[in-house]
Design a protein around this ligand. Structure first.
Ligand SMILES: [Zn+2]
Length: 287
């Protein structure tokens, strides 16, 4: 298996790349971008939540304890006095970090059901609910975070599988084939329970409409494609003749191959751009 540091590093890189794409697409506010990026990093370490007494599991459970205790604290904020609130906060922190932790490990095995794509789907649905109901983010942002988390989860499973191939000794480690799985064949009851939990979690998730509309709009991908590489110089300093030629070819191709005269083609392009600005503005407004 890949270790904690490796998972964090790869998870951060993947989430950073996705965040850059999201930033270029201009569909979420900066503070939401940070949140969804963190969800992606979290996803890349979550599958090892069942690794008892390990550093990742301890860090994860401490994080969950802090998050959970604040959620409980906010729920009672208006009801109790300051001292009572302090007791509620500390009590729930200890209860989650040690109580729920103990219960969780009592009923889970490492590389069991939590190390599966089904669990990834469950955690993503949970993330969408958490972002929407607890943190009050827009439903589009909630699903974006869920998407980041799922891709992080998927990356973790794939990395573990890659690391189980011992390249130097030309052999497969014993763990080969246990990392990436849809569900856990060895524990059917746990798999069925996870499936039920996933269905239940998905049932209460916010609407996917904004998210689906956002990622499927053609103008967004056209714009991203246009912005992918610099037009002529890297960072405005280093000339890249190949890119300039590529852009010239691209621009030229649109005019020469089109059966319509130049003016309408240009008009179509600009109206396309307007549509792009309109939709991203609409998404921005809704978030
Ligand atoms: Zn793992």
């Amino acid at each position: 298996m890949a270790n904690f540091t490796t998972h964090i590093a790869y998870g951060t890189v993947q989430s950073g790349v996705l965040a850059t794409l999201t930033l270029a697409a201009d569909v979420v506010a900066p503070e939401n971008l940070v949140t969804v990026t963190l969800a992606g990093v979290l996803g890349s370490i979550l599958p090892d939540i069942d690794l008892k007494d390990s550093r990742p599991a301890k860090i994860l459970w401490s994080g969950l304890g802090i998050f959970g205790s604040f959620v409980i604290l906010f729920a009672f904020a208006a009801k109790y006095s300051v001292v009572e609130l302090m007791m509620v906060w500390l009590g729930s922190l200890v209860a989650i970090r040690y109580g729920v932790y103990w219960l969780f490990h009592r009923f889970s095995v490492h590389r069991g059901i939590w190390h599966s794509l089904l669990a990834g789907a469950f955690m993503s649905a949970l993330a969408a609910c958490g972002l929407y109901y607890v943190l009050g983010r827009h439903e589009g942002v909630a699903w974006l975070g869920a998407g980041f988390l799922f891709l992080g989860y998927l990356q973790h499973l794939v990395l573990d599988e890659i690391y189980s191939v011992d390249v130097m000794n030309h052999r497969l480690k014993q763990s080969f084939g246990t990392a990436v799985k849809l569900f856990d064949r060895r524990y059917p009851a746990a798999s069925v329970a996870m499936l039920a939990a996933t269905v239940a979690a998905i049932a209460v998730t916010p609407s996917t409409q904004t998210f689906v509309e956002g990622v499927t709009q053609r103008s967004l991908w056209v714009e991203l494609n246009q912005r992918l590489l610099p037009r002529d110089k890297w960072f405005g300093l280093i000339p890249a003749p190949y890119l300039a030629r590529l852009h010239a070819e691209k621009d030229g191709a649109g005019i020469t191959t089109g059966s319509l005269p130049d003016a309408p083609a240009g008009a179509a392009a600009s109206s396309d751009q307007n549509a792009a600005t309109d939709t991203s503005a609409a998404v921005r407004e809704r978030k």
